[in-house]
Write a protein that binds this ligand. Structure first.
Ligand code: SF4
Length: 314
């Protein structure tokens, strides 16, 4: 196939819009969607620190490289990459090495935040202590809290996440399937500032995972290809499969899921639904109840028992 814009060989097909761009036009289109989303999600930048969550994988590598390019010439902008080390043996160390390599090549400051030091436990420990459920629950909750805390300590105006279109469509479907409207509203990208939370934006929201991968490869960005040893147990896998099948059968479904979430959030905001977050009595972080989920999971992992009766090995 040839690129419909210039006739050069196509590197990818995009059934959702009927195009098959060449490398040059794919890169330009990813950059343009990124630029448009930054403009929409973070419109009034007047200088300051921009934190970027950097895992060492392809998505966050592309998010950092494009954030660096976008803000490089803006006066007063400083980019800091934050990597969370959740404590996953054999998986996290090589991704941290790739993250550090990318930061060095871009000249970006790199901060590493360790769950073992800040939470007092690790994802691997949670997997052992709460063996009846996947460790992705605590891992994700702790990571979000650590990223928010680190971004706040750095005085960041915003936290850039590398979520791509597939990630976000899966999250929307997961929350809809669980009737979890609160999480649907709270998920990134944030439409409104929330007390205690650094606004999170997802400028790759309109870019499918395949295109992010192609962009990272074409741009020669260093990123790690490894898979977390706990990934096979993740609940998300079912939704990844469902979203993939829906997209195959009806191209454009992922975009439609994002629009569904936006419409629900608009309606809830118009109705005045959704209050300010509380403050956790244990750690002082933003919370939806008296004790935040991160503290609940930390205590459960220490005891080997979940509040709902699920147990880990003694
Ligand atoms: Fe954490 Fe699960 Fe992701 Fe592994 S797959 S890094 S355990 S959220």
């Amino acid at each position: 196939m040839a690129c419909e814009r210039c006739g050069a060989p196509s590197v990818i097909d995009r059934p959702y819009d009927g195009t098959h761009p060449c490398a040059r036009h794919l890169e330009a289109s990813v950059r343009e969607r990124f630029r448009r989303e930054v403009h929409l999600q973070f419109p009034r930048f007047a200088g300051g620190r921009i934190a970027v969550a950097l895992s060492g994988g392809k998505d966050s590598a592309v998010a950092l490289a494009l954030t660096h390019r976008y803000f490089a010439r803006r006066p007063g902008a400083e980019i800091v990459a934050i990597t969370v080390d959740e404590g996953i043996a054999g998986y996290r160390p090589p991704t941290i090495a790739k993250a550090a390599e990318l930061c060095r090549s871009l000249g970006v400051r790199h901060e590493i935040v360790r769950a073992s030091e800040r939470i007092g436990t690790t994802t691997d420990a949670a997997a052992l202590r709460l063996a009846d459920r996947p460790p992705c629950g605590p891992c994700g909750v702790w990571r979000r809290q650590l990223l928010n805390g680190a971004a706040r300590e750095l005085g960041a105006r915003v936290l850039v996440l590398g979520f791509n279109l597939d990630d976000l469509a899966q999250t929307v479907l997961m929350n809809l399937a669980k009737a979890d409207v609160d999480r649907l509203v709270r998920m990134a990208p944030h439409r409104q500032r929330q007390d205690g939370l650094i606004p999170r934006i997802a400028p790759l929201a309109e870019v499918p995972e395949r295109e992010v991968f192609a962009f990272a490869t074409l741009a020669g960005l260093p990123f790690d290809h490894g898979e977390c040893p706990h990934a096979s147990a993740a609940q998300r896998n079912v939704f990844r499969e469902v979203v993939w099948r829906l997209e195959e059968a009806r191209p454009g479904t992922r975009h439609a899921l994002l629009r569904t979430r936006e419409r629900i959030v608009e309606l809830l905001e118009a109705a005045g639904v959704g209050g300010a977050p509380m403050v956790c009595l244990r750690c002082g972080e933003a919370s939806t109840g008296p004790v935040c989920r991160a503290c609940q999971l930390r205590e459960a992992a220490a005891a080997g028992v979940m509040a709902d009766g699920g147990v880990g090995p003694s």
